[in-house]
Design a protein around this ligand. Structure first.
Ligand code: NAP
Length: 372
């Protein structure tokens, strides 16, 4: 199969959190807008998609810094979350007219999955706002064979650019097209494109990172894949939110991978984080990648270090760090994820939405111990 075709067909590593979760969040909160800001004159920020997982953290950070936040979304997800904020209720698919006549300094586009929708909003808002921040993904990268991935690496392509169905396969190439639509409508000097990897922390509806500390909490014999030295990469949702607000405050233009530093966070570190913040009594069993492949087991966050997607776990994030992204210690992410998880109702936390069940894990460990 030639390289282009492979790129077109490749299933995205991250998939889309929207596909993965398909459900609403668990908390309600009150917010208010304060006066002046450390940054100077408060900005009026429009957030497209401020009520899912990442959006509320952006809203809170923007409010904390004294900015005025307004929201655009359909009113389906966590509609009770920000009762004090102005909501323009509409669908990105043909429903932008509710924004007509509005005025904002900057926009954060946190809900763009379909190029046509993103082109519509970018075209409409380009004459109104001074800066457009588009939240993309590292899933845009389409070529894992040409060395370490940085912002200049090739993005994936889709054969039919009119496709609008977002699947594990189309998610990344569609996000790459969305980036291009913003850049061509708004212009590179007024656009920030952020490419996060797995976004983790309180409020994550996919349980992809959360699976690990949540499973540790249950104690006992626990399956860990590969080796403690296997690379993983995340971004804490609060760090992403901080950098997003920085980018519109400082009009930081350009494309930025938003990830923990390549090669610094390992599976063994995550295990230590989880043990430290839970104090749980767990015996980890490191099970070989070959065994997991043979048993067709996929686990969240982790990848076969020799597999096709391994380069997506060592993405170069130094450009964002140079521009001001600060990654908190991963232990804080673990601690706050556990604290949040413990506030959820039992029927929500009984079975995580990612990872394997306790039954499947016990079955796998039994086969593994018979072999070793
Ligand atoms: N989560 C991750 O790990 C991750 C990783 C990399 C990149 N990203 C990117 O980060 C962004 C946000 O992700 P998320 O996980 O926070 O998403 P999410 O939880 O699914 O939130 C989506 C938000 O967009 C709104 N929305 C969805 N469809 C809409 C439509 N057709 N019209 C108007 N509003 C709509 C939703 O509100 P309503 O339902 O009320 O409309 C909600 O406020 C996405 O662009 C995603 O590609 C996420």
């Amino acid at each position: 199969m030639d390289k282009t075709r492979r790129r077109i067909l490749k299933t995205s590593l991250l998939g889309t959190a929207a596909i993965a979760s398909g459900c609403s969040m668990e908390t309600t909160e009150q917010t208010g807008v304060s006066g002046t800001t450390a940054f100077g004159t408060p900005l009026k920020i429009l957030i497209l998609g401020g009520t899912g997982f990442i959006g509320p953290h952006m809203v809170r950070e923007g409010l904390r810094r004294g900015h005025v936040i307004e929201l655009f979304n359909r009113g389906r997800t966590n509609s009770e979350l920000f009762p004090d904020l102005k909501l323009y209720k509409g669908d990105r698919d043909g429903g932008l007219s509710v924004l007509e006549g509005g005025e904002w300094d900057v926009v954060i586009d946190n809900s763009g999955y379909v190029p046509r929708h993103v082109e519509d909003s970018a075209r409409m808002l380009a004459p109104i706002v001074s800066h457009y921040c588009y939240i993309s993904t590292i899933s845009v990268y389409g070529d894992m064979t040409s060395g370490p991935i940085d912002e200049d690496s090739a993005v994936g392509m889709i054969e039919d650019e009119t496709v609008e169905e977002v699947t594990g396969e189309t998610y990344g190439p569609l996000k790459a097209l969305c980036e291009n639509r913003v850049l061509s409508e708004v212009g590179a000097n007024r656009t920030t494109v952020l490419r996060p990897t797995y976004v983790c922390g309180p409020g994550d509806r996919t349980d992809r990172y959360t699976y690990w500390p949540a499973r540790i909490l249950k104690g006992g014999d626990m399956l860990w894949p590969g080796t403690p030295d296997d690379d993983i990469q995340i971004i804490d949702v609060r760090d992403l939110a901080n950098f997003t607000i920085d980018s519109v405050e400082k009009r930081i233009s350009g494309v930025y991978n938003t990830v923990t530093p390549a090669g610094e966070f390992k599976m063994g570190d995550m295990l230590e984080d989880c043990l430290a913040v839970t104090g749980a009594d767990v015996t980890p069993h490191w099970v070989s990648t070959d065994f997991l492949n043979e048993q067709e087991v996929r686990l969240p966050i982790w990848e076969d270090p020799n597999g096709e997607f391994a380069p997506l776990l060592k993405v170069n994030g130094s450009r964002a760090v140079a521009a001001g992204l600060k990654n908190r210690p991963t232990r804080e992410t673990a601690r706050d994820t556990v604290d949040w998880w413990k506030t959820l109702p039992a029927d929500r936390t009984e079975i995580a939405r990612a990872g394997i069940t306790l039954e499947r894990e016990a079955e796998l460990l039994e086969i593994w111990s018979e072999r070793s």
